[in-house]
Design a protein around this ligand. Structure first.
Ligand SMILES: *[C@@H]1O[C@H](CO)[C@@H](O)[C@H](O)[C@H]1NC(C)=O
Ligand SMILES: *[C@@H]1O[C@H](CO)[C@@H](O)[C@H](O)[C@H]1NC(C)=O
Ligand SMILES: *[C@@H]1O[C@H](CO)[C@@H](O)[C@H](O)[C@H]1NC(C)=O
Ligand SMILES: *[C@@H]1O[C@H](CO)[C@@H](O)[C@H](O)[C@H]1NC(C)=O
Ligand SMILES: *[C@@H]1O[C@H](CO)[C@@H](O)[C@H](O)[C@H]1NC(C)=O
Ligand SMILES: *[C@@H]1O[C@H](CO)[C@@H](O)[C@H](O)[C@H]1NC(C)=O
Ligand SMILES: [Zn+2]
Length: 626
């Protein structure tokens, strides 16, 4: 995630809905689901205060219908995401309507129960969620509009290109006319522009052009769109305060990292005249969204003489295939005693961008079809280290799906979305240790010395620490937009105010309210809530520490690799298999022994690096901040 990936969020737990049309199942068609068993079911009025009665209704009446609906809806969206056509889009709209019908019916029935006197917190939780309407509170026309807008934005994001020739003379790039572009110069974000931003040529002018051109095609047109379906879960002031406290824990190490990288950029690009006490221009970061800084590793690495921890070249040298990358990730899970990927996973997943001319939504995602053994990943994979790590991330979602598959449908979900995002990343924290990579034969000449350790922590920090303020403001910003605190006449400046305040980054070219830069980001276009990633990046270190303790690891946290530890696997599995049947603090307690979100394990992981950066920055006369 984060990062180019996310679990497809079917946030409506009680997904689901009506219909028994004449059409049979067909690709690109929505398969109707008969919801009449719910309407016909006779509710015994004398038992409506009984949690046991609610449980039996959920199990015997709702579960079979809801599960079929969930399958149908996922199928419709899968067909669309792997083949963007008008017919497939129509099926997603129909599936959303059908599912909303079921949601409304369930809400009506769930509201008839009165469990206020019951002690059964699990059923009370289920009832509360069952009464929530979410998108189903919209009337059918509004719902169709919403689905169309979200699909439209997803598809623009997936199909938009900019006119650009990476090999052109830097002075000519701005002359490309987008309306009159040669086919070969039309570059999509994934993979071409992502690769370009990674490129080590560091030509500031070209980078600026690409950065702006991408925003012109992806964000600008849609800045008026409404995102009114945003789940209001984050309005709770305690939760916001909790998040802010965590951010304050992290802020000092981010400040040191920022100051250190700023100094490296100043040295590398003297002609840019960067201020040694100011923010960093966004187009120099090496990432389209300034969200991860790993692409700057090439010139920021603390000890350049030690091996670079990017194993991409070695993967290519060894002729790694996409298939091999997926099997490697599965193998790590199996050796922990977790579940293997089922057969359908290998048959039906989409691992590479199809070459048959189909338009697909390339953004990596993991899918649960709520049917025995039917889980899939959709990803336009390339052979490189980023994608190897993304595979571990997505397969973490899949493992979660498999672990909670025996729960009632209402509980087949993560303890919260941050948990779902954290599973694969937690495992990747072990896989990415230099020791593990060298054991896999992907890292040559690794030796366990202090400098290599610091290099490893530093590259991890460029990925994880740099990401945190970005993840934090994505929803802080949207929250302010939805509440009206950021007005429609300041949508873009409101965004950049946050980017400056939290990330210490400024736009590389002047921006106005004619631009809508947040829309350049997939999760804003596709309406995916983002705080989950902030939470995930914090709690994955809590999980990692807990699993390391279980595995018997001794020594600093950053050296821990839970490789093949059945004890760690068991502990993880005991939490995953709960699904959402318990509140997240309970799930947190199960794995960590504590009920709170806390950045302390993250700070522990990076402590030696924090100390080192602080000392280096002082030596260079640099102060954290901008
Ligand atoms: C894509 O969807 C269309 C229906 O809109 C269908 O006719 C076509 O066969 C699909 N292509 C693939 C490769 O599945
Ligand atoms: C949803 O319910 C309405 C009203 O009962 C019905 O007219 C409509 O066909 C249903 N939509 C779908 C897709 O099932
Ligand atoms: C990187 O830049 C060089 C020089 O401009 C170019 O030849 C190469 O194709 C670029 N690579 C990518 C992945 O864009
Ligand atoms: C950065 O990359 C260039 C070209 O790929 C390479 O020659 C150089 O050694 C790298 N620098 C570091 C510090 O790794
Ligand atoms: C990778 O493939 C190339 C070309 O097929 C071959 O020459 C080379 O020996 C292979 N490398 C390895 C490590 O298998
Ligand atoms: C992983 O565990 C196996 C079996 O215990 C062991 O042979 C291997 O060296 C371990 N790898 C690492 C990187 O610790
Ligand atoms: Zn994800």
């Amino acid at each position: 995630m984060a990062r180019g990936c996310c679990w497809r969020n079917t946030s409506v737990v009680f997904l689901l809905g009506i219909v028994c049309l004449l059409l049979g199942p067909a690709k690109g068609k929505f398969t109707p689901v008969d919801i009449s068993p719910l309407e016909r079911y006779y509710l015994d009025e004398t038992k409506l205060t009984s949690a046991e009665y609610f449980r039996s209704w959920l199990t015997n009446v709702y579960n079979p219908v809801g599960q079929k609906m969930a399958q149908s809806v996922e199928e419709a969206y899968w067909d669309y995401d792997t083949n963007i056509t008008a017919a497939n889009e129509a099926a997603t709209i129909e599936s959303s309507q059908a599912s909303a019908n079921l949601t409304r019916l369930v809400a009506k029935i769930a509201a008839k129960f009165d469990l206020s006197k019951s002690e059964d917190t699990q059923m009370k939780k289920a009832q509360r969620e069952g009464k929530e309407l979410g998108d189903a509170s919209l009337d059918p026309a509004e719902l169709t509009e919403l689905v169309t807008i979200v699909n439209g934005m997803e598809s623009v994001y997936s199909t938009a290109t900019i006119c650009f020739d990476p090999n052109a003379d830097a002075n000519e790039v701005s002359l490309e006319d987008p309306t009159n572009c040669e086919e070969s110069k039309k570059l999509p974000l994934d993979p071409d522009l992502i690769n370009f931003m990674k490129n080590s040529t560091w030509d500031a002018k070209k980078r600026q052009y690409v950065w702006k051109a991408w925003r012109d095609v992806s964000g600008k047109k849609y800045w008026r769109s409404e995102y009114t379906d945003e789940n209001a879960g984050y309005t709770d002031s305690d939760f916001l305060k909790n998040l802010n406290d965590i951010w304050l824990q992290i802020k000092p190490i981010y400040g040191e990292l920022h100051a250190y990288v700023r100094r490296k950029l100043i040295n590398r690009l003297p002609l840019e005249h960067l201020s040694p006490t100011g923010p960093i221009p966004a187009h120099l970061i090496g990432d389209m969204f300034s969200q991860e800084w790993t692409n700057m590793l090439n010139f920021t690495q603390l000890f350049p003489a030690k091996p670079l921890l990017d194993v991409t070249d070695e993967m290519k040298r060894q002729n790694y295939t996409v298939d091999k990358m997926f099997h490697l990730s599965e193998q790590f899970q199996i050796e922990l005693g977790l579940k293997p990927m089922p057969e359908i996973f290998w048959e039906k997943s989409l691992f590479v961008k199809p070459k048959d001319g189909r338009e697909v939504v390339c953004h990596a995602s993991a899918w649960d079809f709520y049917r025995t053994g039917d889980v899939r990943i959709k990803m336009c994979t390339e052979v490189n280290m980023d994608d190897l790590i993304t595979i571990h991330h997505e397969m973490g979602h899949i493992q979660y799906f498999l672990q909670y598959a025996d729960q009632l449908l209402v509980f087949r979900d993560g303890a919260n979305s941050g948990f779902h995002e954290a599973v694969g990343d937690t495992l990747a924290l072990s896989v990415k240790t230099p020791k593990h990579l060298s054991w896999l034969g992907l890292l040559k000449n690794n030796n366990d010395d202090r400098e290599s350790d610091l290099n490893y922590m530093f590259s991890t920090a460029l990925e994880k620490i740099a990401f945190l303020p970005f993840a934090y403001i994505m929803d802080r910003y949207r929250y302010d937009v939805f509440s009206g605190k950021i007005g429609t006449n300041e949508l873009n400046s409101g965004w950049w105010n946050y980017v400056l305040e939290y990330q210490g980054i400024i736009p590389g070219v002047p921006r106005t309210e004619d631009d809508f830069d947040p829309g350049a980001k997939y999760h804003i276009d596709a309406d995916v809530e983002y705080m989950r990633y902030f939470i995930s990046f914090v709690i994955q270190f809590q999980f990692h520490k807990a699993l390391c303790d279980a595995s018997g690891h001794a020594g600093p946290l950053y050296q821990c690799d839970i490789n093949q530890s059945k004890k760690a696997g068991e502990l993880l599995s005991s939490m995953l298999s709960l699904g959402s049947s318990q509140s997240w603090p309970v799930a947190m307690e199960k794995i960590t022994g504590s009920r709170v979100m806390d950045a302390a394990p993250l700070l522990e992981f990076f402590q030696p690096l924090t100390d080192y950066l602080k000392a280096e920055n002082r030596k260079n006369g640099d102060v954290a901040g901008w």
